[in-house]
Design a protein around this ligand. Structure first.
Ligand code: ATP
Ligand code: MG
Length: 566
């Protein structure tokens, strides 16, 4: 949890008189505290362990954790594992790893909703005793048919007026496994004429003869989400239960459950808009297909916006936090753009990452007037915008690699890089002038010849003469050859997300693998290390495929941005 320290709580707006605009959830909490509704703040992140977390979940995690931090409260991680069909233990571990990586510290408050089954059962019994719940024999279809519509009320179940005693007995029979799946359900007795369909005697318990990953075969009745969730929150003394907008219509039921189950200081639900990213796949269904069809390398493929994919790509927790903050907390549905996330990671790495030289599409350059067999070490600052990162020694020699696109035999106008007769600066090294070139039979340039000016060491002009181009390079003799993965969106942005048949429009160039040459210091990069490759972008040594002495680099993001902060 080392990352925690960097994710210090935002104290903005807490000091009196600071005119910082507060989002609607902060305003709710401020008011609740001022009115004495609650004396503390406690939030939770309640994932269902049925898949990997994605950038949308990061919004929920950071919002919930952020509110607890801001108000000196507590944050719980709770697995919402009340549904025995879907949950998988594998996901529990990946979710814990992702939440911790984002810096959201649940301390000793890791909970499983399935541990509350007994209390939920007791709540149901209490409702029956109060005449607020009944066992219903209607089939699922009959329940649907009698529920009514948006414009018409529903009709009461013929089993609605069973006595408390009969209901208690039948519910106990349900619990004891005397009925088949679907034979009987427990329903809340609320109002079949309510304008809110969720309040029309909703099902709160069902029979399901299934083995649960945590409770095994202890239970054959399971609570429905709308009943279970408010109880989970209440048991944990959650004050503000933050959830996404689709639960807005369920809030009256949430309030009904905590009230009728007679919890003290009942939690309150507040809904916010989900985070959507344009032209980005987040749906579990689609990602599953991409994984199964071998189009991506698992749920942590660096092209996915799963949190594990973003981590592997090289995104930092700080950049994701900045992104979530900039995209804002509101009730209005909106779509964020990938370039905003890319902007955030560039901003974060700008002064954090060392700037090194890597040539991704190499061509040989020979300095004919440089002594043969000589290697000299140049002292190069690691980050010109952050002196604290110090400097390193970079070897220079007679033979170098430069980027193929930094040379043109016949340059167009305004091409300031290398071409016959032109002088450029080799970054941090010397001025060189192109004196000639060699080609293969097909006309491809194989070697570029130059002469250098020894007086320009360090890349400084010896006599005030100017060069317009500065290019990067790697000394051939000491260069390390590495695999570099150049990523783009897995979706073909020009075509949009979906084809007419509902399948995804995939970008065939979403992963291009090249063999590049890097300076020796990069050859020793450790898995997870992040760098700027000058003029090429930000890169991260892959955490899965790098081995000591042979890193594989993922491009996190290029250097240029189409994004402008408004
Ligand atoms: P499912 O479709 O399986 O329910 P889910 O993405 O809603 O998937 P949950 O485990 O239920 O997964 O989500 C945990 C929490 O994350 C919930 O509180 C949910 O509201 C929130 N959440 C999910 N998607 C987003 C999103 N795109 N933006 C913000 N919050 C989200
Ligand atoms: Mg959900």
């Amino acid at each position: 949890m080392e990352e925690n320290k960097k994710l210090e709580p935002e104290k903005a707006g807490k000091e009196e008189g600071t005119p910082v605009s507060r989002h609607f959830i902060e305003q709710f909490i401020d008011k609740d505290l001022a009115d004495g509704v609650y004396s503390h703040v406690q939030t939770r992140f309640p994932p269902e362990p049925n898949g990997y977390l994605h950038i949308g979940h990061a919004k929920s995690i950071l919002l919930n954790y952020g509110m607890a931090q801001e108000y000196g409260g507590k944050f719980n991680l709770r697995f919402d594992d009340t549904n025995p069909t879907k949950e998988k233990t594998e996901f529990v571990e990946s979710i814990k790893e992702d939440v911790a990586w984002l810096g959201a510290d649940w301390e000793d408050r890791l909970f499983f909703a399935s541990n509350y089954f007994q209390q939920m059962y007791e709540c149901a019994v209490l409702l029956i005793k109060k005449g607020k719940a009944f066992v219903c024999d209607l089939t699922a279809e009959e329940i649907r048919e009698t529920r009514g519509t948006l414009t018409e009320p529903g009709t009461n179940s013929p089993y609605r007026d069973r006595s408390v005693e009969e209901n208690l007995q039948l519910f106990e029979n349900m619990k004891n496994g005397m009925y088949a799946d679907g034979e009987k359900v427990l329903r809340a007795k609320i109002d079949m004429a309510s304008p809110n369909i969720n309040m029309r005697d909703p099902i709160i318990y069902r029979v399901a003869h299934m083995t649960h990953h945590n409770t095994g075969d202890a239970w054959c009745i399971y609570p429905m989400y709308d009943f279970a969730h408010p109880i989970e929150d209440a048991i944990e003394h959650i004050t503000h239960s933050l959830c996404t907008l689709e639960f807005e219509d369920h809030r009256p039921l949430y309030d009904w459950v905590v009230r009728e189950c007679e919890f003290e200081e009942p939690p309150r639900q507040i809904e916010f808009a989900k985070l959507y990213l344009k032209n980005v796949v987040t749906g579990k269904r689609y990602i599953k297909k991409l994984v199964e069809n071998g189009i991506v390398d698992g749920w942590d493929d660096p092209r996915l916006v799963s949190i594990s994919g973003l981590r592997r790509r090289g995104y930092t927790p700080e950049s994701i936090k900045m992104f979530v903050e900039l995209s804002g907390i509101s009730k209005a549905q909106s779509t964020a753009e990938m370039p905003l996330l890319e902007y955030c990671v560039r901003e974060d790495l700008k002064t954090k990452a060392r700037r090194m030289m890597a040539v991704l599409d190499p061509v040989k350059l020979v300095i004919d007037n440089y002594p043969e067999g000589q290697t000299e070490m140049l002292d190069v600052p690691n980050n010109t915008e952050n002196e604290e990162l110090g400097s390193r020694q970079v070897p220079f020699g007679r033979e170098l690699y430069i980027e193929r696109e930094d040379f043109m035999e016949v340059p167009p106008k305004k091409y300031f890089r290398l071409f016959p007769g032109n002088e450029v600066r080799l970054m941090n090294a010397y001025f060189v002038t192109c004196t000639g070139l060699e080609k293969d039979e097909d006309g491809n340039v194989t070697v570029i010849h130059c002469s250098y000016d020894p007086a320009s060491r360090g890349g400084n002009s010896p006599d005030g003469r100017k060069v317009k181009g500065t290019i990067h390079w790697v000394a051939a003799e000491t260069a390390k050859q590495v695999t570099v993965r150049l990523y783009e969106n897995i979706i073909d942005e020009e075509k949009g997300m979906f084809a007419e048949d509902g399948s995804l429009n995939l970008n065939p160039k979403s992963l291009v693998e090249v063999q590049g040459f890097v300076e020796p210091a990069l050859g020793n990069a450790e898995a997870g290390d992040r760098f700027q490759f000058v003029r090429n972008g930000y890169f991260c040594a892959d955490i899965k495929d790098s081995v000591p002495g042979q890193p594989v680099f993922n491009r996190i993001v290029g250097l240029k941005s189409s994004f402008k902060l408004p």
